[in-house]
Every structure is written in structure tokens, then in C-alpha cells.
Design a protein around this ligand. Structure first.
Ligand code: PLP
Length: 496
């Protein structure tokens, strides 16, 4: 399996990279993202065989189709370690029936957000890739985070040999609990920095550093190369394809559906990585109907799928679902490329770079508009959904999952689809205690830890150790910088 850049309209042999190379590089030299040159196809017999397996085996079976530099045994070992019960409890990706939704809980990992599903595995794949390519330099992982990627990447890469990691987060754009998780992280190879600005500032700062030849040359001279743990790295996306197959199997196994039945899927969306993995699973042959792209007030994607216009000339809102506070969703580029080709993708991306918007004619290019439905959910609707699901089903939603549930329910009501609905749940409600407590009318907690305890009392659902333990952890990182100084900070840290 080879990979090319989404912006390379005339790839030469040397531009076609192997899986180990794309995991190491993260982003292509021309600023595009790596995509597989073809999507492997599977049939129902393949899915039937997956359904008899546990999660690590399901993961190895899917990943071996994409990560062909790795042997099946290497992949199985990496998956078995990554999804071990000490890290995820007994089920890394369990499906719960709540009302007429099937909720795929992906947040039982060490940092209590779905980012762990990929970021427990990616460091292992990177270490293997370093060995396979014979690269002599050490890796510096550069991360921009809207809250959850930062912690999950720190947890995955802390104290890993030949790797350093630096995380940039928007100072006012993450929840207190998310911030606390990052600034208390242990490990000798890490650095956590707040920037004045929002997630898009952090992400474009990081992308700029990646495409700056002077910086990469300076680093290479000192024996360091840059790599990415964001979902611009294919090594983040591939592991996310797995849980859509796994959830489908669980629905077959618990007789919610029969093999071959089509399911709809709703995904709370920010950088468009998670829902793109669902799309790719569908392209491979997983029977999926509509993919509902659920957004909060930052509804640029919902608007795009409704009217074909992707327009970032609009206000940016900070919301109770901060991990989705994004206007430039990187992985949309991969969707355009995989569906309409590199030429189409490159033209639109250059137009977008210059004009801050691009438009797709829905009649001429109907494919993605037939597959995706864009729906948004505002702040009140998010909180009302949390309250409703707690009072109706005693089920506690985090704000991101609440956005998805609201959009899924609205989609079903308006479209009368008879398909079963899978809704992806991306974080533990205890990562966002203020917003969840407020939604449930739990008032006047003096800090987030008191909120947690009051929520636990009300719901009877235990606070994860990884969250309650933060109260007594030392704060190690207090620095805030301007987004203009990110490159300087990266150099300082890497030479320390
Ligand atoms: C990252 C994140 C999202 C958005 O996922 P994308 O793959 O960026 O679209 C949604 N919810 C939570 C809790 C997240 O951490």
C-alpha cells in the first residue's frame, strides 16, 4: 500500500510513500495530507470473521490492509498492548443501547477521550517505523490541540525512547479539566505551552512550522526531525477505521441488526478525522447509510454539507464542547481528494488559502452531499440534551456526545430513516464537569472537583481515577506565549 499527498497532481515514484514513511512524516512536503492510493475492499464474509474476534484482533485485521510495512504479528502485538484492559477496562469500544440510539463509547482509555483509541497505538507504530526506515534522527512530535489530543498524545509519548513532544493549546479554548490534565503530565521528554489565540491559530502555527524548510534543516543538523500526532497523520486515522467495523460486529452479535443491514452513523465533528474514518470504512464495504456530521455553534461543516459553501469568514465561538471549536477542519481535504481526486482537491485548497472560502457545486459533484448530512446544535440544545438523556435514561452525556445525540435525533425525525443509528461518544462526562453539572441543575460548585463529586452523587456513576487524581497532581507547566513565537519555542525546546 502506497500513499500520496492530497495536493500532488502528478506523483512520481519517489512521491509515493510507504506506511512507515507517512507515519514518520505526518504531513507531506507540499502541505497536503497523505492518503492511500486505493481503498482496500472487504466483503460481508470478512466482517463475519471479524465478529468472532476480540478488539485487538479486529484492529490487526483492518490495519494490516493499510500498514503493509508491518507484519501481522507486529500489528497484533501493538494492538494487544495498546488496547489492554489495564488501559481501557474490559471493552475499548463498547456499544450501549440508549433509547433508539446505539452509543459507541470510545472514552474508556487513560485520558478519557476517544483520542486514546489512536494515540495509544501511534507511538508504538512510530517506534517500529523508526526501526524499519533506518532513520538515525530522533523525533520531535509537534501537537496543536483543542483539548483532548494534547493529553492523549502526551500520555502516549511520555518517556518514549528517541522521541520528544511539545503541545500547544489555546489558553482560553480548553476546559479547566483538559488543561489540568496536560499541565500535570509527567515525563522527561515533554513540554506544554499555552498560546494566546484559538485552536485554528495553534493548528496553523504548527502547520507553518512543518512547511518551513529553514526550521527543518536547523533541526536535522541537530539530529531531530518533526512529526505529527494530530489527525493530519495517517497513523491517527487508520486506527479509527477499526471501531466502526467493531461496532457493526457488536450490533450484529447483539442482534440489533443482521449482517448486511445498513446503519447510519452520527459523529461529533471538529477536525473531521473521526467521521472521515467512518466514510473510509464505508468505502471499504462496511454497510453505512448517511453519515451525520454533528457540529456545535462553529457550524462551518454543517453549512458546507447543506449548501456546498465552506466559508471561514465568520465568527469563532467558544462553546461547552471545546474539542469541536474549529473552523478549519484539516481532514475535509482528504475527503475531497478521495472522492473527487487530487486535481479537484488541490484547486479548492489553493482557492481556500487565498480567499478563506471555497464552493462545491452540489449538482455537479453530488457524491459527498448524498453521503453526509450536516446538522448543528447550539449551546442550549446541548445542555437540554444532557438533561433529557439523564432524566429519561439515567445516561450521562458529555457535551460533545450531547451535540451528536441532538443531531442524530433531529436527523431521524426529519428523514424517517429506518436504519439503526450508531452515535459516536467521544469523551467521559467527567472531563467537562461544569457544563454537565449546569445542564443537570447542579449549581454552585466552588471548583471543578466539587462539581465532580456532586455529579457522582447525583448520577451514581463513578468518577474515573485518572480525573479525580488530578486534584493532587503538581502543576508543571505555566507558560503562555504569542502564536507568533511558536517556532522559536520549538527550537528552544528541541535543543534543550
Ligand atoms: C477531538 C474530539 C472531537 C472531534 O473529533 P475530530 O476527529 O477532530 O472531528 C469530538 N469530541 C471530542 C471529545 C474530541 O476530543
Amino acid at each position: 500500500m502506497k500513499y500520496i499527498s492530497t495536493r500532488n497532481t502528478n506523483p512520481k515514484n519517489a512521491d509515493c510513500k510507504s506506511s512507515a514513511e507517512v507515519i514518520i512524516k505526518g504531513i507531506a512536503d507540499d502541505g497536503g495530507l497523505f492518503v492511500p492510493t486505493e481503498i482496500p475492499k472487504i466483503d460481508n464474509d470478512f466482517i463475519t470473521s471479524l465478529c468472532k474476534m476480540d478488539y485487538p484482533h479486529r484492529a490487526a485485521e483492518i490495519l494490516k490492509l493499510y500498514l503493509t510495512d508491518f507484519s501481522y504479528d507486529e500489528l497484533l502485538k501493538a494492538c494487544t498492548e495498546s488496547y489492554a484492559s489495564e488501559k481501557f477496562g474490559t471493552e475499548p469500544a463498547s456499544v450501549k443501547k440508549v433509547g433508539d440510539n446505539n452509543i459507541l463509547e470510545l472514552w474508556h482509555g487513560p485520558t478519557k477521550a476517544f483520542k486514546d483509541m489512536a494515540l495509544q497505538l501511534l507511538p508504538r507504530l512510530l517506534s517500529l517505523s523508526l526501526g524499519k526506515t533506518g532513520i538515525k534522527e530522533d523525533a520531535l512530535i509537534l501537537v496543536a490541540t483543542s483539548g483532548d489530543t494534547g493529553k492523549a498524545a502526551l500520555e502516549g509519548y511520555a518517556d518514549i525512547d528517541r522521541v520528544k513532544i511539545i503541545v500547544f493549546y489555546p489558553n482560553d479554548g480548553v476546559s479547566n479539566m483538559q488543561k489540568r490534565q496536560m499541565v500535570t503530565q509527567k515525563g522527561n521528554n515533554i513540554c506544554v505551552v499555552a498560546i494566546n489565540g484559538n485552536f485554528d491559530d495553534a493548528q496553523s502555527g504548527v502547520k507553518k512550522i512543518f512547511s518551513d524548510r529553514a526550521i527543518s534543516d536547523e533541526l536535522l543538523n541537530k539530529g531531530i526531525f518533526l512529526s505529527s500526532a494530530n489527525s493530519i497523520n495517517w497513523g491517527r486515522l487508520a486506527p479509527q477505521i477499526v471501531y466502526y467495523f467493531s461496532a457493526y460486529c457488536d450490533l450484529v452479535n447483539n442482534k440489533t441488526i443482521k449482517m448486511g443491514d445498513v446503519i447510519d452513523v452520527t459523529v461529533p465533528t471538529g477536525n473531521f478525522g473521526n467521521i472521515l474514518a467512518a466514510y473510509i470504512a464505508g468505502q471499504m464495504g462496511l454497510p453505512t447509510g448517511t453519515l451525520v456530521c454533528a457540529t456545535n455553534n462553529n457550524k462551518i461543516l454543517a453549512d458546507y454539507f447543506s449548501n456546498g459553501s465552506y466559508d471561514k469568514r465568520r465568527n469563532f465561538y467558544t462553546t461547552v464542547s471545546p474539542s469541536m471549536d474549529i473552523l478549519i477542519s484539516s481532514n475535509l481535504e482528504r475527503l475531497l481528494c478521495l472522492t473527487y481526486g487530487t486535481e479537484f482537491c488541490k484547486n479548492n485548497m489553493s482557492f481556500f488559502c487565498e480567499n478563506s472560502y471555497f464552493e462545491t457545486d452540489k449538482n455537479k459533484n453530488p457524491l459527498i452531499f448524498e453521503k453526509f448530512a450536516g446538522i448543528s446544535c447550539n449551546e442550549d440544545q446541548t445542555k437540554e440534551t444532557i438533561a433529557k438523556y439523564f432524566s429519561d435514561y439515567s445516561y450521562l452525556l458529555d457535551p460533545h456526545t450531547a451535540v451528536a445525540i441532538y443531531c442524530a435525533d433531529l436527523y431521524k425525525k426529519e428523514n424517517k430513516s429506518t436504519n439503526k443509528m450508531l452515535v459516536v461518544s467521544t469523551a467521559s462526562p467527567y472531563k467537562f464537569p461544569y457544563a454537565v453539572a449546569e445542564s443537570l441543575g447542579v449549581e454552585n460548585c466552588k471548583d471543578e472537583f466539587e462539581c465532580l463529586e456532586m455529579l457522582e452523587k447525583k448520577s451514581g456513576i463513578k468518577i474515573p481515577e485518572a480525573i479525580s487524581g488530578l486534584k493532587t497532581e503538581n502543576i508543571r507547566f505555566r507558560e503562555t506565549i504569542s502564536s507568533n513565537d511558536m517556532a522559536k519555542r520549538v527550537l528552544e525546546f528541541s535543543f534543550k
